[in-house]
Design a binder for this molecule. Structure first.
Ligand code: HEC
Length: 172
């Protein structure tokens, strides 16, 4: 009888711990995606790939279905630019780097942000320190950063990637 009572108490205790942990995770997930969205939305202080904000036709290998794109880099990420605004070979982007690819439809209306954010001490970084975000223009999360780029990195890790990035390879 005593044992049974202890077991019930233990089960209640475990459920409370479990519930409070899952709430905590949900809360943090919301925040990381929200943070990425507001960082991606603000456009000041960025530099464009090859110093141009012209839209580019997406490459054949793009994992993103929109027809046009353009990519910008915050000042920390842009420290890896060469004189032409391409990424220096063998670069490793420093902590705080933010890369935002804007994906637009055939009328150049913004549909999606694909985001790479280098933050080594973030809970959701992958093995190389990147947080991966995929959020539509209205802030709806398409792929949460809590998935740690599991649907993205296999493709971004192909030959000739530079620290996971592919613009140089497809837009030389
Ligand atoms: C099937 C391959 C593939 C998958 C999957 C993929 N990408 Fe990409 N990504 C590309 C290619 C190719 C480029 C180069 C530009 C282009 O053609 O779209 C690119 C470019 C980017 C860039 C611009 C920086 C750069 O130079 O790479 C970001 C940011 C990005 N992708 C984020 C993501 C995120 C986030 C996901 C997952 C939600 C993802 N990608 C999934 C192929 C892929």
């Amino acid at each position: 009888m005593k044992n049974k009572f202890t077991l019930i108490k233990l089960m209640v205790f475990v459920s409370i711990i479990f519930v409070s942990f899952s709430c905590d995770n949900e809360e943090t997930n919301v925040n990381i995606d929200k943070d990425l969205y507001s960082m991606a939305k603000s456009t000041s202080g960025f530099s464009w790939y090859k110093n141009s904000d012209e839209y580019l036709e997406r490459s054949d290998s793009s994992g993103h279905s929109q027809p046009f794109l353009r990519t910008r880099y915050n000042s920390i990420a842009a420290s890896m630019f060469d004189a032409n605004g391409k990424i220096l070979e063998n670069s490793t982007f420093p902590d705080g780097s933010l890369i935002v690819k804007e994906l637009v439809d055939a009328n150049f209306e913004l549909e999606l942000y694909a985001i790479l954010y280098k933050k080594y001490d973030n809970k959701y970084t992958d093995l190389r320190g990147w947080v991966w975000g995929y959020i539509d223009a209205d802030g709806e999360v398409i792929v949460s950063a809590s998935e740690k780029g599991s649907g993205c990195s296999y493709c971004h890790l192909q030959s000739e990637h530079i620290d996971y990035t592919l613009m140089n390879k497809y837009f030389p």
